[in-house]
Design a protein. Structure first.
Length: 118
């Protein structure tokens, strides 16, 4: 029925959400405040990427759940540290800081030794 809101997960819902975000970005730019504003578009189509595409680009699992409205979800993806990047940071902290300090007897921590690349 015309005028009914699109069901979540349908192409109409994705188009509606993308249009909502585009209006918000344009509104934001019209107000002259562009601090913190970035706009990316799909490389092959004149549209913004879907949230599912953004989650995948950010390294999040496909079943990762974002809460909030569409704009809030978009913002959260944009501000997030990708999981793969955070994993590498944590491994570096463990291998370069915690393990050497533990081995020198300067701290006690229950970290495993770094995995040697064989």
């Amino acid at each position: 029925m015309a005028g009914d809101p699109a069901r979540p997960g349908t192409p109409d819902a994705a188009e509606s959400q993308a249009a909502e975000l585009q209006r918000a970005v344009l509104n934001h730019r019209r107000q002259g405040d562009t601090a913190g504003t970035a706009a990316i578009t799909h490389p092959d189509h004149p549209r913004y990427p879907t949230l599912a595409e953004l989650r995948r680009m950010g390294g999040f699992p496909d079943d990762f759940v974002l809460t909030g409205n569409y704009q809030r979800q978009w913002e959260r993806i944009g501000r997030a540290v990708p999981p793969v990047m955070m994993e590498r940071i944590a491994e570096t902290v463990r291998d370069e800081l915690l393990v050497p300090l533990r081995d020198a007897g300067r701290i006690w921590c229950a970290v495993s030794s770094p995995v040697s690349a064989s």
